[in-house]
Design a protein around this ligand. Structure first.
Ligand code: PLP
Length: 431
């Protein structure tokens, strides 16, 4: 009988349900600091996942640790009927930073739940039922928003016939300019049929969209948002912005709505708003919509005071450490450094701040998608080089590179060097 102590990964595999894992996952992370995480064997990785796009100021930032620790000793969880100082502190910061006319927040325990509430709000306010979404969108996997998710594999998780899942949702093309059949710059022809599509659905309550799409880092041109926003206003659709991933600085502004001058009626937040401490998210709305809202999802654990204290500390740290400016500067630096490799497999490098990544192709001229097997090898080799990342995108060929907003140019250089070696090795072994 073996006397070897089982590893954390072996123990995890026996008791934890983990629907989405790939090779080298899960990594048994035992400590983390700044932009790095360390595993059970003492190996350190540069974290391009930011704890799934949560730790904007880096892992275990001292300001956040201090705020959360102090709050743990004061009060942790109260009923949703009551309040605590950090909940109000965080709500004030978020509503102050949010685009007009957003002025109130309903706290939830996660992004999917926030979008559930957003859809309820939009329906209650408009008295209508249908929701217009964008191809390639991800809004969470709970029942009420699953229909808004573009990928069939996600919708299939419901176990229901797809037409039932999508019944109240419909979609229009994504502004995926790199693969725009018109190769335009940007005449927004992809929106040509949208008015007719909307007119055919008079029961439409709202447009639910991310300002910048997180899956594959699809960054809409300004002209696209201007035209789509005009259409939705003309047809009196509410604007529900999903800023769960773009919010709290990820694109170089506190909210990505700022880049496009959007004025959402409802806005959802999640991920970073708890500073990485516990599950906290929210749906924000104008006074008019918030004051009429009833029911919600009455989440027992929402508005946890420790999470809120950590979130407020994160918010303040983003401001005091100039992380928005660093995010924009590092996004530009990263783009230029990867483009300068001039590698034949690098098809497109796109970042809005530090949301985005590198789209891999087997041929830059034809833009043929790099086969999944090779993308997987690139990811694994980078993992061996100490780079923690995921792959995403409509064709699953985008290296998703979203480090904490505090990343330095030196750290990005080390990734770019690793990427150069990795692409060369993978290409040579692929023959
Ligand atoms: C844009 C967007 N919306 C919604 C969600 C769902 O959030 P959660 O995983 O907290 O339920 C995510 C999560 O990745 C997201 O990126």
């Amino acid at each position: 009988m073996s006397t070897d102590k089982p590893t954390l990964v072996n123990r995890d595999a026996k008791v934890v349900i983990r629907p989405w894992t790939g090779s080298n996952e899960p990594v048994p992370i035992v400590s983390a600091s700044g932009c790095t995480v360390t595993d059970e064997d003492g190996r350190t990785f540069l974290d391009f996942t930011s704890g799934y796009f949560v730790n904007q100021a880096g892992h275990c930032h001292p300001n956040i640790v201090e705020a959360a620790t102090a709050q743990l000793k004061a009060v942790t969880q109260v009923s949703g009927r009551h309040t605590t100082p950090p909940v109000v502190d965080l709500a004030e910061r978020l509503t102050e930073a949010a685009p007009d006319p957003i002025s109130r927040i309903f706290f939830t325990t996660g992004g999917s739940e926030s979008n559930e509430n957003a859809v309820k709000m939009a329906r209650q306010t408009s008295g209508k039922t249908d929701i217009l979404c964008i191809d390639n969108a991800y809004h969470g996997l709970t029942g009420g928003v699953l229909g808004g998710c573009s990928a069939p594999k996600y919708r299939a998780t419901s176990g229901l016939p797809d037409d039932e899942v999508v019944r109240r949702f419909f979609r229009i093309p994504a502004p995926y300019c790199y693969r725009c059949p018109k190769q335009n710059d940007c005449a927004t022809q992809c929106l040509d049929g949208v008015e007719a599509t909307v007119e055919a659905r008079p029961e439409t309550a709202a447009l639910l969209a991310e300002p910048v799409q997180a899956v594959g880092g699809i960054v809409p041109p300004e002209a696209w948002w201007t035209r789509l926003d005009g259409i939705r206003k003309k047809h009196r659709l509410l604007l529900v912005l999903d800023e769960i991933q773009t919010g709290l600085g990820r694109t170089g502004t506190m909210f990505a709505a700022e880049h496009y001058g959007l004025e959402p009626d409802i806005l959802t937040v999640g991920k970073g708003i708890s500073g990485g401490v516990g599950a906290l998210a929210g749906v924000m709305a104008s006074d008019a919509i918030a004051s009429e809202y009833y029911g919600g999802t009455t989440p027992t654990s929402a508005g946890n005071a420790v999470s809120a204290a950590a979130g407020a500390a994160l918010f303040d740290t983003i401001v005091s450490e100039g992380l928005l400016a660093n995010c924009s500067a590092m996004g530009r630096y990263f783009t230029e450094a990867v483009e300068a490799l001039d590698d034949p497999w690098v098809g497109d490098v796109r970042f809005k701040g530090l949301l985005g990544g590198v789209e891999l192709v087997s041929d830059r001229e034809s833009r043929e998608v790099l086969p999944g097997e090779l993308v997987g090898q690139v990811k694994e080799t980078l993992f061996g080089e100490g780079m923690l990342l995921t792959v995403s995108g409509p064709h699953k060929n985008v290296l998703r590179l979203q480090p904490p907003l505090s990343i330095t140019s030196k750290q990005l250089d080390s990734f770019v060097d690793a990427l150069k070696r990795t692409l060369e090795i993978t290409r040579s072994t692929a023959g």
